[in-house]
Design a protein around this ligand. Structure first.
Ligand SMILES: [Zn+2]
Length: 251
């Protein structure tokens, strides 16, 4: 799970602003090193089709930042395509993809999916009606833009619940990607659900390779950290924010 890819020292040019967002942004040179490392594995990077054959590994890019076309070119140079999850309420705003760019990504064979409409920080804490509205509005807007409904969605903010999953299925998505660090694919009604491994700006190319190849140690350590963070969020999102502030991570 990648986010934005930005020029050196300029995290503000793509995606959500602020220090918390910057933790997820790779610089262009670093991203190219990741891709070179991943290319050396000879893994086949494909797109998740749900009911179709599952690729060994897949690239996903959350938020819909304006770096998407640069990312797409880097993937295409290596013969790959990726999943781009767009926050539809941000389309055309500074730092985010335009409607034309969304169409361009799809035209070039990438998968464009939903990353909710407004990117709520803690989607699972919203009412069921509000969660449904986030998934439905985003799907309608992408349908309008692309001429067909998007098949895929990814959960914003990484805060998952049964309601978030159930609403995505009810609205009609075929594949939902979460931030749970697990490659296990399971079914929820008519929809497939799978986790992802988070790449931060501090993640080395070797670690990205370890995630892509299912290295038990790398995957297990991200899982252990996730379990602790998720437990704190579930007790209190406010306590989680306070801990992040103590740790020096600010929005
Ligand atoms: Zn996001």
């Amino acid at each position: 799970m990648y986010h934005d890819v930005v020029p050196e020292g300029r995290p503000e040019v793509s995606g959500f602003p602020g220090t918390a967002g910057s933790r997820y942004k790779l610089e262009e040179a670093g991203f190219a090193e990741h891709l070179d490392g991943l290319q050396a594995t000879s893994l086949g990077f494909g797109l998740l089709a749900g009911d179709g054959p599952c690729p060994p590994a897949a690239f996903t890019f959350d938020d819909g930042g304006s770096s998407a076309l640069h990312v797409a070119e880097e993937l295409e140079r290596r013969g790959w395509r990726g999943h781009f999850f767009v926050t539809t309420g941000r389309i055309g705003m500074p730092g985010f993809v335009t409607a034309d760019e969304v169409r361009e990504l799809a035209r070039r064979g990438h998968d464009v999916g939903s990353h909710s409409h407004s990117h709520p920080k803690y989607m699972a804490s919203l009412s069921d009606a509000a969660i449904l509205e986030e998934w439905a509005r985003s799907r309608d807007e992408l349908h309008e833009l692309l001429g067909r409904p998007p098949r895929t969605a990814s959960v914003p903010g990484g805060f998952l619940s049964g309601s978030v999953i159930a609403a995505a299925e009810r609205v009609g998505y075929g594949v939902l990607l979460t931030s749970v660090p697990s490659a296990r694919l399971h079914r929820h009604g008519a929809m497939w659900v799978t986790g992802r491994f988070t790449i931060l700006s501090s993640t080395s190319p070797a670690r990205a390779v370890a995630f892509a190849t299912g290295d038990a140690r790398a995957c297990g350590s991200q899982w252990a950290a996730y379990v602790i963070k998720d437990a704190i969020k579930r007790v209190s999102p406010a306590a989680f924010d306070a801990l992040r502030r103590v740790a020096g991570v600010r929005d």
